[in-house]
Design a protein around this ligand. Structure first.
Ligand code: SAM
Length: 326
């Protein structure tokens, strides 16, 4: 049995040779808001946001197989789009769409730099950026959780290093032995690195996350395979994610998705039944759109996702992670 820190095992399982995201098509293992029938409405919201921020193009970090890019392109085929993921450019992306391949996890491709006049979207990227998992032991010490990559058997290792300990104390208080925490510092740093690559533009991280007021107990590390939850074993056979501490990310604003859609004016309207007699296909599209808006803004579901917004990284304070340097 080889016990290593979860962060290391997780990175290898998702992005190493033969890692989950290198071999598998994410959409076959879980559905996100970028997939049909929700993707077109999410794209509509992204373009409304870009309009409000007066930005022309979109860069999609963690673009999967280009699902959101396709939806964005269908709305505005004339606008500059770039996808970034760990795989080579997917087949069938429209001509003119840029694509960059990166190492996966926190590191981004070197060529992703000097971004101008773009809205950078990271939809469900940060929850697959591996992080330190820790647990409070019987003496009240937060220790790094170690795992055997083949079996998923765990043991407690060393106490947290100082910067992780500081982050935990500040953002995710632990109360009782056995309480677990996912230290968000690696996500904070990855986000700060992304912001530093924007010369003129804005960035939005959209994720299933939590803030201090609704921090979960017991940790959120989860695994999925073929749409089903499975035991978290970092052997490359399943997706591994943990919800994101959104409020430790550098931000100007944080909104729930429900509130963000309201702000952009993307609302669910009941289509007029009488119009169906004139144009049935159009009526069907409207009904579908209305259902998708309702799903995306449902406070008990996708509506609870949070949008972390940075309007002008360079104009605001320098985007350093809040939990200290490492
Ligand atoms: C949970 S999936 C989300 C995909 C898509 N954004 C969606 O919401 O459907 C996370 C994606 O992020 C990609 N990813 C992880 N780290 C990355 C990195 N450093 N650079 C680019 N893509 C990355 C993975 O390969 C995977 O496709």
């Amino acid at each position: 049995m080889t016990l290593i820190p979860w962060e290391q095992a997780w990175q290898q399982a998702l992005y190493g040779d033969g890692g989950f995201y290198r071999r598998r098509v994410p959409a076959r293992h879980f559905a996100t808001a970028t997939h049909p029938p929700l993707g077109p409405v999410l794209a509509e919201a992204v373009w409304r946001c870009a309009d409000l921020l007066e930005l022309s193009g979109v860069v999609d970090i963690g673009a999967g197989r280009g699902e959101l890019i396709h939806a964005l392109h269908r709305h505005r085929p004339d606008r500059p789009l770039t996808g970034v993921d760990v795989v080579t450019r997917p087949h069938g992306l429209p001509d003119g769409v840029g694509w960059l391949q990166g190492p996966g996890g926190a590191p981004l491709p070197d060529e992703l730099t000097g971004l101008r006049d773009v809205l950078v979207i990271a939809h469900e990227w940060l929850d697959v950026v591996p992080c330190t998992v820790a647990q409070l032991d019987d003496d009240g010490v937060a220790r790094v959780v170690l795992v055997d990559p083949q079996t998923g058997i765990e043991a407690l290792g060393d106490p947290l290093v100082e910067c992780d300990h500081e982050w935990q104390q500040r953002y995710w208080p632990l109360a009782a032995p056995g309480d677990r925490v996912e230290i968000g510092l690696s996500r904070d740093r990855a986000w700060a690195d992304l912001l530093a690559r924007i010369s003129h533009g804005s960035a939005i991280a959209i994720d299933d996350g939590h803030v201090l007021l609704d921090r979960p107990h017991g940790g959120t590390l989860a695994a999925y395979r073929a749409g089903e939850p499975v035991r978290a074993v970092p052997d490359g056979s399943c997706d591994l994610s943990a919800r994101v501490a959104m409020d430790s990310l550098y931000h100007d604003e944080i909104h729930t998705q429900t509130a963000a859609f309201e702000w952009f004016g993307v609302r669910s309207t009941v289509p007029d039944l009488r119009a169906a007699r004139c144009d049935e296909a159009d009526h069907r599209r409207r009904v579908e759109r209305s259902g998708a808006v309702a799903t995306l803004t449902d406070p008990a579901g996708f509506g609870a996702f949070r949008w972390v917004i940075v309007r002008q990284p360079r104009a605001s304070a320098p985007p350093q992670p809040r939990g200290g340097q490492g």
